[in-house]
Design a protein around this ligand. Structure first.
Ligand SMILES: Cc1ncc(COP(=O)(O)O)c(C=O)c1O
Length: 396
């Protein structure tokens, strides 16, 4: 009889979004006239921008004409999009060649697929609270997880510890769920650590477009030595509203090698074996994000989310509540007031002011006592939620 991958039995049930859905459903059944202010889920609410829609339409038309029809696309990405992404990095002073850019169907897919490159005996270090997929994707392959707890004391941005024997290191900056962003100095310490230990950093840059402070790194490749220890995974999901459209890109430098094997070449081999590329239509739509018009339009959408963040941060400031994030990230990570637990605070907000957020405990044990607000909701709902929050928590 076939033997299954029994590591699936090692996965813990994820109750976070299920519980949120159950609790909000039950509340609405009891209070059918109430409107809920949903600031829990990290999905965007604004539609794709005009430049992208036009490009997608054109691409559909192209596919209907013999002279512009495209069949299979190159597995690692359309040359024009690979070049465009390389130029996007170039504008920030980071030299990347088109051969180091791999077009993907999104960061989630890539975060799972890339694990093919690492043997199950290697371990994975995950800084918690964390995006839950980092842990689960490794458990499915039997990899041991090193949970590195972060805290308010280190601004949820811990430093590498000499005693940790990490092989694969997940860094997410700007961070989901905490919204914290590594400074250059902090990130450099991780790069140096990885080079010294022969580890590899998987740098999740899904929220880089939300960084507004000029000194913060958008890419790990802005740091010295990153080309010999890092893979960067990025996505157009939050940058350009592609959550339901699906497109991302991964950067693997040519210099990245371990044990005599070249990781860029391994990934080319992986993609050419396991995929037939991302659809022409989506790649044409994605390329439009990087045109001057596309950049202007996606930045305008990001500004809407940033205004939501500002409104919420102002409310929390007025209430004297500690939080991080918001400024350079679409998430605000607040400490629950009066020593409340994450789920206790969730219930309190739902019951008293009909505001829905995400309990921090769902992102790892050290998230207990914290709460995440997403700023991807509508400005009207966010304003009203902030007003209610302020009144409830004793702001001025
Ligand atoms: C940190 C982080 N990485 C990756 C993803 C997944 O992005 P994608 O939509 O490109 O799969 C998300 C989505 O919320 C995320 O928060």
């Amino acid at each position: 009889m076939i033997k299954l991958n029994t590591h699936y039995a090692d996965l813990k049930e994820s109750y976070l979004f299920y519980n949120i859905a159950q609790k909000t459903k039950a509340y609405l059944e009891e209070n059918p006239d109430q409107h809920l202010y949903r600031m829990g889920i990290g999905d965007v609410s604004l539609p794709l921008c005009g430049a992208v829609i036009e490009a997608l339409r054109e691409a559909v038309e192209d596919q209907g004409k013999k002279e512009s029809f495209h069949g299979y696309m190159p597995e690692c990405g359309a040359p024009v999009l690979r070049q465009t992404v390389a130029e996007y990095y170039g504008k920030r002073g980071v030299t990347i060649s088109d051969q180091e850019v791999f077009v993907s169907s999104g960061a989630s897919d890539e975060l799972g697929d890339i694990l093919d490159l690492f043997c199950p005996e290697s371990n994975a270090l995950v800084i918690e609270p964390a995006y839950p997929a980092y842990v689960d994707a490794n458990i499915m392959e039997g990899r041991k997880i090193i949970h590195l707890a972060s805290s308010k004391e280190n601004g949820f941005l811990p430093e590498p510890d000499e005693n940790l024997k990490a092989d694969l290191i997940y860094l997410c900056s700007p961070n989901n769920p905490t919204g914290a962003v590594f400074s250059r100095e902090q990130l450099q310490k991780w790069v140096d650590y990885a080079n010294q230990k022969g580890a590899i950093i998987l740098f999740d840059a899904a929220y880089e477009a939300f960084i507004e402070e000029p000194d913060l790194p958008h890419s790990i490749f802005e740091l010295d030595g990153a080309r010999t220890c890092a893979i960067e995974i990025c996505s157009l999901s939050k940058t350009a509203g592609f959550t339901g459209t699906r497109l991302g890109y991964t950067i693997i430098p040519k210099e990245l090698e371990r044990g005599g094997l070249n990781i860029n070449s391994m990934w080319v081999r992986n993609r050419t074996t396991k995929t037939n590329g991302v659809s022409y239509i989506l790649q044409k739509g994605g390329a439009a994000v990087f045109t001057p018009r596309g950049q202007q339009e996606v930045r305008a959408n990001i500004q809407v989310y940033k205004k939501n963040a500002a409104v919420l941060m102002e409310a929390l400031d007025q209430c004297g509540i500690w939080y991080c994030g918001g400024k350079n990230a679409p998430y605000i990570w607040m400490q629950c007031p009066k020593g409340m637990g994450s789920w206790e605070f969730f219930d309190y907000l739902l019951r008293e002011i009909q505001v829905v957020g995400t309990p921090g405990e769902g992102f790892g044990a050290c998230g207990e006592g914290y709460f995440r607000f997403s700023t991807f909701g509508s400005p009207e709902d966010t304003k009203e939620a902030a007003r209610r929050l302020c009144t409830l928590l004793g702001g001025k």
